[in-house]
Design a protein around this ligand. Structure first.
Ligand code: HEC
Ligand code: HEC
Length: 312
């Protein structure tokens, strides 16, 4: 793996930590994503909801559980070792420890469950939604619903949503994929150019990110240590919306819509771990789970049948 010069790495690591810090609860102020929302893009306006500050986590057993949830969310491989099969943490995709608007913040999700999900064809509790993240995004396995891991993550999400209306889709919830369409169909070759220019510095020319002492400083985007073929981020609309709003890190909103879609396609046209629901062959798995233009699984891009060399 290539290493960056230490000084550059330090600068980038600082950039990686430059999300707005904890804020005073109740104060009227721009929410964390104000810089994103004020950029000239079609994102929802700055969210009205501001989550409480970490310093307001109470003392006592409930506070301990909330703090444990936060630790699991931000250092998942270490804190939930038995259930994680890659190097990612939840907060790699849900930025600022799950607080950042337009980065599927926990406060935008908690009040929207129980929820019917097409992905598994039934009503999911919030806990079951979390189990799905372990199985797919973390390429691991689902912790039991009554495990400390799920209960701690639920406690953290519940606490972060304190004061948010229930059952209302808040501005800044999810990734801003509504009405976010590519001007032209996304293109692999154009995506490769965007990748080399705007992403490779941190995520590596080979997409494997950068690790120091086995920990990700910059997370991988494909390959055996990435999210698997069942994860939401492998779908082009999720990836394009996440990238447009949040990448390059600390410069969210600066890519053109076309560049965001092209680079999302480039990223999602690389091999990654197999879908754990693999149904015997790639075509059958595509037919059963990926029969959508948003998934490249089982399609041939750049001469390669995607999914055919997925690690199992
Ligand atoms: C590789 C990126 C990635 C990682 C890692 C990841 N997620 Fe997600 N997560 C997503 C995507 C993509 C979605 C789908 C968002 C959408 O459909 O709008 C999602 C959705 C969610 C949702 C539902 C959000 C909503 O608004 O309904 C929750 C809750 C969640 N993730 C929690 C977690 C937790 C907890 C972990 C760690 C155990 C985790 N995620 C790891 C990418 C990721
Ligand atoms: C300045 C360094 C930097 C640049 C440039 C950058 N990223 Fe990232 N990226 C990060 C970091 C750091 C994270 C994890 C964020 C966190 O944990 O707070 C991340 C997370 C991600 C994730 C979710 C986690 C994962 O590994 O799947 C995706 C997808 C992603 N970046 C794609 C891109 C794309 C595409 C580009 C180019 C348009 C890009 N990034 C440019 C630093 C960068």
């Amino acid at each position: 793996m290539k290493r960056l010069p230490v000084a550059l790495l330090a600068t980038l690591t600082l950039a990686a930590c430059s999300h707005p810090a904890a804020e005073t609860p109740g104060a009227t102020k721009p929410a964390p994503a104000a810089s994103v929302a004020s950029a000239p893009v079609k994102h929802p306006a700055a969210p009205a909801f501001a989550p409480p500050a970490d310093s307001d986590i109470p003392a006592g057993p409930l506070g301990d559980e909330i703090r444990l949830g936060r630790a699991i969310f931000t250092d998942t491989p270490a804190q939930a070792h038995d259930y994680v099969g890659n190097g990612l943490s939840c907060s790699n995709c849900h930025l600022d420890a799950g607080r950042l608007a337009n980065s599927a913040p926990l406060w935008g999700a908690w009040g929207m469950y129980p929820q019917y999900r097409k992905k598994n064809g039934h009503v999911n509790s919030f806990g079951e939604r979390l189990q799905g993240c372990f199985r797919y995004s973390m390429n691991g396995k689902a912790p039991p619903l009554d495990s400390d891991i799920i209960v701690a993550l639920e406690s953290y999400a519940w606490w972060m949503s304190k004061g948010a209306p229930n059952g209302v889709k808040l501005a800044g919830a999810g990734y801003p994929k509504q009405d976010f369409k590519p001007p032209q169909p996304p293109d692999y070759a154009r995506g490769a150019v965007v990748y080399a220019k705007d992403c490779a510095l941190c995520h590596g020319a080979d997409g494997q990110g950068q690790q120091v002492n086995d920990r990700n400083v910059f997370p991988p985007l494909w390959g055996p240590q990435s999210f698997n073929w069942g994860a939401g981020m492998h779908e082009l609309d999720n990836a394009a919306a996440f990238i447009k709003a949040n990448m390059p890190l600390s410069r969210g909103g600066t890519l053109s819509d076309q560049d965001a879609w092209d680079v999302a396609m480039y990223m999602d046209a690389h091999e990654r771990p197999q879908d754990p629901r693999y149904a015997g062959d790639v075509a059958a798995t595509r037919a059963k789970y990926h029969d959508t233009p948003m998934s490249l699984y089982g399609t041939t891009v750049n001469g390669h049948l995607l999914g055919s060399e997925a690690s199992k």
